[in-house]
Design a protein around this ligand. Structure first.
Ligand code: FAD
Length: 396
């Protein structure tokens, strides 16, 4: 086999050989010898059932490979192999395989606390994979606005892309793929990166055929620098839309508990705008916990402040604000335990967590603490929420 594929692997340096993953796997893809616990590429179906039970996180590892590692290879590993260089040209230019690897990337971002993600029952049906690497949409940059203080080294941009005459149907919570032009060090084309939509389905203004993204410039990052440097009028190749589960319920009475850091705010801007457009008088609870280092570094700080508190309950949390103690999203969640336990007890509440991977653990712990002090079992609540499409994570 030579087409790039996603392979599930276990980190032998972190794994404590407790075999809970092996018990959890419904397709017997996980096995072990005296040395290592390993995943059979030919059996693993990415169901993610093994992720949550793993006490160390060693199970949550993935490689895009042109030739999958065999069980024998994995039995001998002392450490995980480096990610091999993959490009559009690998596998005889298998664009389909690369598009599949985007789907796997998304599944990984949504795996979060384990389990298969399920869309809210009342969510609109999403369109996915309409434009792929072989047939990308071409967007024109309509605007590129810096969202954070010019002096700060945290450069986050609001990018508006005009889709012109192309039909590019999106839902809030979906992502798009952007492929940076040019080639990598080995002369191969770059792989696309995913970016969440920060605009609602009907555009930045109602009935405009455009989409918005919230992109943070990463030091040495290929695609983020390309996107953050885009100028009005530039043409950009866009694939997608991607994602069929991290979606908002259409039910205007649904409460939305949204927890994010940094660019994780993108889908929540879209959710809030959608609600403002379709149900401005709704008395459901929209609650946002949003963490950043300082107010200057919080994307959409100005516009967010203008959203009436009656419509959106905001908890803006800063970890480096002058004259204030460090505070993280999970600390504020604990302070607002009563509000959160009310929300998680309601059958109308949908929970969304979005941002960097390292926020997951603190948020989970906060939910555990809040639930147990209210005499509730968070694991049970979370399982039920997930099964009903009411608990969503997107971390990257
Ligand atoms: P890459 O070039 O891929 O580099 C990755 C990291 O490696 C960077 O931090 C970079 O500093 C470091 N690096 C690169 N080259 C070197 C080097 N030579 N030496 C040392 N370090 C190096 N991002 C957003 O900003 N907004 C979003 O809304 C968003 N949504 C996402 C949604 C999903 C579902 C997923 C999976 C990801 C999302 N991301 C989002 C992340 C995004 O896809 C990219 O991963 C991110 O922009 C970095 O890509 P890059 O090409 O700039 O960095």
């Amino acid at each position: 086999m030579s087409t790039p594929q996603k392979q599930h692997v276990i980190d032998p340096e972190v794994c404590i050989r407790c075999y809970t993953c092996e018990d959890a796997c419904p397709v017997d893809a996980i096995t072990h010898n005296d040395d290592n616990v390993v995943v059979d590429f030919t059996k693993c179906n990415f169901c993610m059932d093994c992720i949550a039970p793993c006490p160390t996180g060693s199970i949550d590892n993935w490689r895009v490979v042109t030739t999958p590692y065999s069980l024998e290879d994995q039995f001998f590993w002392m450490e995980l192999p480096e990610q091999e260089e993959i490009s559009d040209k690998d596998g005889g230019g298998s664009i389909e395989a690369l598009d599949q690897s985007i789907e796997a990337l998304l599944a990984e971002a949504h795996a979060g606390a384990g389990g298969k993600a399920i869309a809210p029952p009342s969510a609109s049906k999403p369109t996915v994979n309409l434009f792929n690497l072989g047939n990308p949409a071409e967007a024109t940059v309509q605007g590129n606005f810096r969202l954070t203080n010019e002096q700060s080294d945290n450069d986050v941009r609001h990018i508006i892309l005009d889709m012109g005459g192309q039909t590019f149907p999106v839902l809030e919570g979906q992502s798009v793929g952007i492929t940076p032009p040019g080639t990598d060090e080995s002369g191969m084309p770059y792989l696309p990166r995913l970016y969440s939509l920060s605009s609602p389905r009907d555009g930045e203004r109602p009935n405009t055929n455009n989409i918005a993204l919230t992109v943070k410039r990463e030091t040495n990052g290929v695609c983020s620098n390309y996107v953050c440097d885009l100028k009005k009028g530039d043409k950009v190749k866009v694939t997608g839309p991607f994602g069929a589960t991290f979606l908002m319920p259409n039910d205007p009475q649904a409460n939305l508990l949204m927890i994010c850091t940094g660019t994780g705010s993108a889908p929540f801007r879209a959710f809030t705008m959608r609600r403002q457009r379709i149900a401005p008088e709704s008395n459901a609870n929209l609650v946002l916990f949003f963490g950043a280092r300082t107010p200057d570094a919080l994307p959409y700080f100005g516009p967010l402040k203008k959203v009436p508190d009656r419509f959106l309950h905001k908890e803006l949390v800063f970890s480096r604000e002058e004259g204030h103690d460090k505070e993280y999203v999970q600390d504020r969640m604990i302070k607002k335990a009563e509000l959160i336990s009310q929300l998680i007890s309601s059958p109308h509440t949908y929970i969304y967590v979005c941002g960097l991977k390292d926020m997951e653990e603190g948020v989970e712990e906060a939910f555990e603490t809040i639930a147990s002090s209210a005499g509730l079992n968070w694991q049970d609540i979370r399982s039920e929420l997930r099964e009903n499409g009411r608990y969503h994570l997107e971390t990257y």
